[in-house]
Write a protein that binds this ligand. Sequence first.
Ligand SMILES: CC(C)(COP(=O)(O)OP(=O)(O)OC[C@H]1O[C@@H](n2cnc3c(N)ncnc32)[C@H](O)[C@@H]1OP(=O)(O)O)[C@@H](O)C(=O)NCCC(=O)NCCS
Length: 403
Amino acid sequence: MTGQQEIEIRTLATAGEVNAGFRVFLRAMVGLPFRDVDATGITDPGRYLGALDGADVVAGADSYGSWLAVPGGARVPHAAVTHVGVLPTHRRRGIVSGLIARQLQDIAERGEVVASLRASEAVIYERFGYGVASSAQSARVSLRRAGLRPEVPAGGTVRLVDGAVTTELLAGIYDQASWTGAIGRPAGWWRLQEISRGSDTVAHYVVVHSTDGADDGYAVYHPVQTGGWFASQDKTVTVTDFVALNDSARAGLWRHLLSLDLVDAVAFDSLALDDPLPLAVADRRAVELGSARDETWLRLVDVEAALRARSRGGEDPVVLGVRDALLAGNNGNFEVGPKSVTRTDAAADLNVDIATLAAAYLGGTRWRHLAAAGRVGVHDPDAIRRADALFTTAVLPFSGTVF
Ligand SMILES: CC(C)(COP(=O)(O)OP(=O)(O)OC[C@H]1O[C@@H](n2cnc3c(N)ncnc32)[C@H](O)[C@@H]1OP(=O)(O)O)[C@@H](O)C(=O)NCCC(=O)NCCS
C-alpha cells in the first residue's frame, strides 16, 4: 500500500480494543442507533478480529459460537458472523477481504462446519463464498378483517411475562428450536435484546405459550408510531420475535396477537416464505405479505461434514465438483448419495462454486433454478433432477434470528 501504513489484522485482545472495534462497526453501518454499550458483554471472547492502522482499530469482523439446524434436524457447529465494518476513511483497500479470509481460516481451525451472516448489502459476500440459503418476508395483518378460520387448532394458554427471568425463560424455549435454518442464539445476542428492549421508550410485551403445562413458544412485540396513538386508525404492534415449537403454540400465539384490544394491525418482522399464517385466516386479504428478502447468507466451511450432516432424499447419487478459492480443503469432487457422502476421483456431473452450493444446501433454492441461471456447470443433464431429489426439503429453510 504505497504511502499508507501497513494494516495489521489480529484478534482484538483487550476490553478497550473490543469496544473500539464495536464503535468502528456502529460508525461503518451509518444507520444503526449509536449505543454506548460495553461490547465485551455482547461478544464472545477471543473471536473479534480487528484491522489496526498503527494503534487505531479501523475495521473489524466478529463472530459468535453457535449451531445451525440442517435438514433432518441435526445441529452443526456454526460461526454466526457479525459486526463487520470498515471506517469510511479506510474502505476499498482490501481490508474486509483480509479480515474475512483470516476469519474463515480461524473458523475452520475451530472445527466449525458452517458460517452464516446477515448482509447489509447483497453484493459484498458472495466473493467470499457466502450464498443466500434462506429467505424471509414480513407480514401485516389487519385485525378488522383477521378472524381465524374455525379449523385452526385451539392452542394452549398464554401468559405475559416481565422482568429479570425473561431471557432465561425465552432462551430455554428457543434452545429446543429444530426447524431447518434455526441457529443457536449466543448469550451476547440475548444481552443485546435486553439492552434494546430496556432502552426503548415504549413498552415491549413478552408472552409465553404453554400446552398442557409445558412452555412451547413465545412472542415479543411492541407498538410502533405511538405519537397520536389514540386518535390513529392504524395502531400497529410489531412482532419482533415469534417462536413456536409446534402447531399448538403457533395457533395459541396467533389467537393472542390477533385479538389484541386497541390495535388495528399486527406486523410480523420476519416469517418463513411458507409460513401458514395466510392459510389460517378467514379473509385471505387480511394478511398482506411483504416481498421476499435474503435472510441467511451461508458459508460452507467444511463441505464434506456439512453434506454428511444434512438428510438427503432421492435414490441416485450425484458427483459434485466443488471450487473454493479461499478454503483449499473444500476443493474436489464429492459423490453425494442418500446414504453416504464420499470424496471421489470420478468425473463431476455438476460443477459448482462454494457460494452456489451454499445456496442449495438448506433446500431453499432448487438446483434446476441455479442451472437455469447459469450458475451450475452441467455435464450430465439428468444430474440436476437427481440433485434436486437429494437436496429438496419438505419445508423452506428459515432462521428467524437477526444478529
Ligand atoms: C462493505 C465493507 C465492509 C467493505 O469493506 P472494504 O474494506 O472496503 O472491502 P474491500 O476493499 O476488501 O473490497 C473487496 C471487494 O468487494 C467490493 N465491495 C466491497 N464493498 C462493496 C459494496 N458495498 N458494494 C460493491 N462492492 C463492494 C470491492 O469493490 C472489492 O472488489 P474487488 O475485489 O473486485 O476490487 C465496508 O464498505 C463497510 O464497512 N461498509 C459499511 C458497513 C457494512 O455494510 N458492513 C457490512 C455489514 S454486514
